[in-house]
Design a protein around this ligand. Structure first.
Ligand code: GDP
Ligand code: MG
Length: 370
């Protein structure tokens, strides 16, 4: 490690060497002006003495913990697409999600209650599509910060009677920045004032050009009210998903994202997670942000208990010791001990990062420069 003598350190700190020697003596260390301290000890000492160095570029331990190895091509199998709905307020995002759910959640068992878990799965022609129905701009941002993406395809909802509006443009920018495929759903075509051509025209400005105009964007006219065009939209999602060749390895420790989470009076911390890789089982250790635990129970979007959840499957899980943040990545280590260590390191690193960010900026390089 890099070393610095007490003499040099005192000089950098503009104090007498004896002050440092005394300080170390009181801490039980006998030193002289010529004794050397390593980088870290010197930094600690300087900080204790209210000299505020920022240590060398600190490695991002959390990012390192979240690092993941690529799965070999031979381990990958097709997985359902994960789709979100974006667009301007009142253009019909909620109505469209409701219409899709009402017409196509056929997995429902008699007596099963459809509950809101922030995501649901639709089965069409035997193929599945996972819809996120969280209006999660915040979650979206958090995921991006961790370099993770929740969605493969964004349905951009534009009302046929209103056209491109500010949040339409915002949504386009979000999706493009995240590298998400966009499918345009021109909604409210049942309205007399609907003007599909106008919407197409307006969107060309944002490089969303329909196929019949020589572009490559899929446009689906729909009505969330009459359900016209909804099956076509779902088919286009499946088609796009095939082109994207979405795949994941189901045979590994699970990892994915928190869609939403809350504290339930009866059940304790409840989190809806989207498994992205691997398979999560009841009994698996799990860690997410500062929270950890063991999956005690899992529920699918139909409120049914399930024992395992593979890639692209959203499930509500019980068993975490606290409520995690939406957008955080969850991991499922081999052991409870690792899950706990993950959470503890996360807490420690987050705290240190906070201190560091707010600390007076003065680099150790300055401190040590000759
Ligand atoms: P959101 O803000 O994007 O989630 O929009 P909503 O789903 O809340 O819809 C806003 C309004 O538009 C509501 O009054 C809906 O009833 C209405 N709406 C949504 N879809 C349609 C549609 O296909 N046709 C008509 N006529 N109205 C619609
Ligand atoms: Mg809404």
């Amino acid at each position: 490690p890099e070393m610095i003598s007490i003499h040099d350190l005192a000089e950098k700190m503009k104090i007498q060497p004896s002050v440092i020697i005394k300080k170390l003596f009181l801490a039980g260390k006998m030193v002289t002006v010529n004794s050397e301290l390593d980088f870290e000890a010197a930094g600690e000492l300087a900080m204790e003495m209210n000299f505020d160095p920022v240590p060398e570029e600190k490695e991002d331990v959390i990012a390192k913990m979240l690092e993941d190895s690529e799965d070999g091509a031979e381990t990958l199998v097709p997985r359902p697409p994960v789709v979100c709905v974006m667009g301007h307020v009142d253009h019909g995002k909620t109505s469209l999600l409701d219409a899709i759910r009402d017409t196509h959640v056929i997995d429902r068992e008699a007596g099963g209650i459809t509950q809101h878990i922030g995501a649901y799965v639709v089965t069409i022609n035997g193929q599945k599509i996972t819809f996120l129905d969280t209006p999660g701009h915040e979650a979206f941002t958090a995921m991006r910060m961790r370099g993770a993406n929740s969605t493969d395809i964004a349905i951009l909802v534009v009302a046929a009677d209103d056209g491109v509006m500010p949040q339409t443009v915002e949504a386009i920018n979000h999706a493009k920045a995240a590298g998400i495929e966009i499918i345009v759903a021109i909604n409210k075509i049942d309205k007399p004032s609907a003007n599909i051509e106008r919407v197409k025209q307006e969107l060309t400005e944002y490089e969303l050009i329909p196929e019949d105009w020589g572009g490559s964007t899929i446009f689906c006219p729909v009505s969330a009210h009459t359900h016209e065009g909804i099956d076509n939209l779902l088919e286009m999602i499946l088609l796009t998903s095939e082109v994207l060749e979405l795949k994941a390895n189901p045979n590994r420790r699970a990892r994915g994202l928190v869609i939403e989470a809350e504290l339930d009076k009866g059940k304790g911390p409840v989190a809806t997670v989207l498994v992205q890789k691997g398979t999560l089982h009841v009994g698996d250790p799990i860690a997410v942000g500062s929270c950890h635990g063991k999956v005690r129970a899992m529920m699918d979007d139909n409120g049914r208990r399930v024992k395992e959840a593979g890639p692209s499957k959203p499930v509500e899980i019980l068993g975490l010791n606290d409520v995690p943040n939406a957008g955080e990545i969850f991991v499922s280590p081999e052991t409870d001990k690792e899950a706990r260590a993950f959470a503890e390191t996360y807490v420690k690193e987050s705290r240190e990062k906070l201190i560091e960010d707010t600390k007076l900026k003065m680099s150790l390089d300055d401190l040590y420069s000759q």
